[in-house]
Design a protein around this ligand. Structure first.
Ligand code: SF4
Length: 210
């Protein structure tokens, strides 16, 4: 078994319902989402650096990473597994998640929803990069939509066709600006339609931390 990693670091979760919780972030390398809503043209590529920095080989190496993570955040602390797209490495994801849970840690998995998640989690965040009808993972704890060029109907569909505990809109940043006006106008419109979306402001960006 192998796990291709982009990076690991400890920080504060700045997005969604778990905002403010200290977490150890494990970013998997690679993302197989071909037509990402956020990056619809080949010229406008994803700005998430999910290139491989290290490949863990074997179960012992993955167990060691789980141990290191919980040494930092505490035995019952949070570990955020994100990417790239962690579900592109399903065996490594499942093994890492069970290793963390066995040690007593809590797991937040962040995925684009383009695969069914085959691992244990305490909190599952889907940030969809395909329309609602194409989502393979349509339930969990929170759906977090990054506002780009989606139509109002596409956003309404996410709520109508999925089963999440919480629904968030999150502004899209480019350089040092974000589309806050567009996001807030959309939030008001959805709330006026009776859909209980909330704002996920990405507080780590305002705090100047990762
Ligand atoms: S799903 Fe995430 S990592 Fe993959 S292309 Fe889209 S923004 Fe980038």
């Amino acid at each position: 078994m192998k796990l291709a990693l982009a990076e690991t670091f400890c920080s504060i979760q700045g997005e969604g319902h778990l905002t403010g919780k200290r977490m150890f972030f494990i970013r998997f390398a690679g993302c197989a989402v071909k037509e990402c809503i956020l990056h619809p043209s080949q010229e406008n590529l994803c700005d998430t650096d999910w290139s491989v920095s290290e490949v863990l080989k074997g179960e012992d190496a993955i167990d060691k990473l789980a141990n290191e993570a919980l040494k930092i955040v505490g035995a019952s602390g949070w570990v955020c597994i994100t990417g790239g797209e962690p579900c592109d490495q399903p065996d490594a994801l499942a093994f890492l998640a069970s290793s963390i849970q066995r040690l007593g840690g809590k797991i937040n998995i962040q995925t684009s929803g383009t695969h069914r998640v085959n691992a244990q989690w305490d909190w599952l965040t889907v940030s969809p990069k395909v329309p609602a009808a194409e989502l393979k993972q349509s339930y969990g704890q929170e759906l977090k939509v990054v506002v780009a060029d989606q139509t109002d109907d596409q956003i309404l569909d996410y709520y109508n066709n999925t089963r999440f505990w919480n629904y968030y809109l999150q502004p899209l940043w480019s350089d040092s600006n974000c589309n806050s006006d567009q996001t807030l106008a959309l939030l008001n419109k959805l709330n006026d339609c009776g859909q209980p979306w909330e704002l996920s402001p990405q507080v780590h960006k305002y705090l100047g931390v990762r």
